[in-house]
Ligand binder design. Structure first.
Ligand code: ADP
Ligand code: F6P
Length: 332
């Protein structure tokens, strides 16, 4: 495993790489930062961290990173570089300020780690001539051209841990629970954690549902001796509290509602997320060295792929409805 450094600084299309995290944080972002920094150093390139996403880019919150600066972070949730939302970066003026800052610091290649909005920022930069590679980091798993985004695996594991715990108390009290999970416009967290957690019903924004059918399913369950039920709802569908009230009113049962919220964004990343983030971060550096730009990295099966960022942002992403349907069949 011992590797000699492979100095590519002469041959490389970029000499100084900048890395930032933007939008909602996701477990595994630190592993991706570590990979960008260490792979850059391994190849003899200078690397700087940009704090607070695009806001920090505009403000010049930029500092050089070395091997030690990313020690002891692979196992940590959140992002060492902090993250932010920055409406100014959606304007021409904001983007020009950012590019000026990159010039000042001599950064000629960028790795952007974040979700859909962050990758739109990456596209804007690459269209303005900055060599930029996007790495998908969001718990929502709502990006096309990749099977998984960094953070999703950890989030679903956090969600099923919570579902299992809630099921214990639901069973003891013979109650119905509504659990709201994250997913701004996407049902992936709800579908996979619902299947893995054995939820009785799953409500997602991508599939129409009829509350009447949900009530009937709940009642059928009770008729055949079911003592508790778990209804999982993706936040993109609406408020779990409201669904809980509707069920209570219609059935007359005692219903409890739990909103998992930002719990799902934190915690130590799973092995899958750490490995995925490490591979993606390293590939981003390879692509920049090779002179690539305007690409989003993804994983298809076991292989990493790089897709044109325009294509990635313009492709409509769909949740796998066959998994959603299977969850329905198995919870009949
Ligand atoms: P996420 O990356 O998790 O989807 P957001 O949608 O909030 O999070 O986007 C994060 C940041 O990316 C925004 O605050 C903004 O700075 C930048 N961004 C979003 N959309 C665009 C866009 N169309 N052009 C340039 N920058 C954008
Ligand atoms: O995109 C990730 C996500 O966690 C969504 O699931 C959620 O809707 C959103 O971010 C919440 O963002 P924040 O609380 O940071 O504004």
């Amino acid at each position: 495993m011992e590797q000699e450094r492979e100095d590519l600084s002469e041959k490389s299309s970029v000499k100084h790489i900048g890395v930032l995290t933007s939008g909602g944080d996701a477990p595994g972002m630190n592993a991706a930062i570590r990979a960008v920094v260490r792979k850059s150093v391994y190849h003899g390139l200078k690397v700087s961290g940009i704090r607070h996403g695009y806001a920090g880019l505009i403000a010049g919150e930029i500092g050089e990173m070395d091997l030690g600066s990313v020690a002891d972070i692979i196992q940590r949730g959140g992002t060492k570089l902090y993250t932010a939302r920055c409406p100014e970066f959606q304007t021409d003026q904001g983007q020009e300020k950012g590019i000026e800052m990159l010039r000042q610091y001599g950064i000629d290649g960028l790795v952007i780690i974040g979700g859909d909005g962050s990758l739109r920022g990456a596209r804007a930069l690459s269209h303005r001539g900055v060599r930029t590679i996007g790495v998908p980091g969001t718990i929502d798993n709502d990006l096309p051209c990749t099977d998984y985004t960094i953070g999703f695996d950890t989030a679903i594991n956090t969600a099923i841990d919570a579902i299992d715990k809630i099921r214990d108390t639901a069973t003891s009290h013979e109650r119905t629970f509504v659990i709201e999970v994250m997913g701004r416009n996407a049902g992936d967290i709800a579908v996979i954690s619902g299947l893995a957690g054995g939820a009785e019903s799953i409500l997602i924004p991508e599939a129409p549902f009829d509350m009447e059918q949900i009530f009937e399913k709940l009642e059928r369950g009770v008729e055949r001796g079911k003592r508790h039920s778990i209804i999982l709802i993706a936040e993109g569908v609406g408020k779990g509290m409201k669904i809980g009230e509707q069920i209570a009113q219609r059935t007359g049962w005692e219903v409890r509602v739990t909103v998992l919220g930002h719990l799902q964004r934190g915690g130590s990343p799973t092995a899958y997320d750490r490995a995925l983030a490490s591979r993606m971060g390293a590939m981003a550096v390879d692509l920049l060295i090779q002179g690539e730009t305007s690409k989003m990295i993804g994983i298809k099966g076991k292989k990493l792929v790089a897709t044109d960022i325009n294509e990635a942002l313009e492709t409509t992403r769909e949740v796998d409805l066959s998994i959603y349907e299977l969850a329905g069949i198995l919870s009949i």
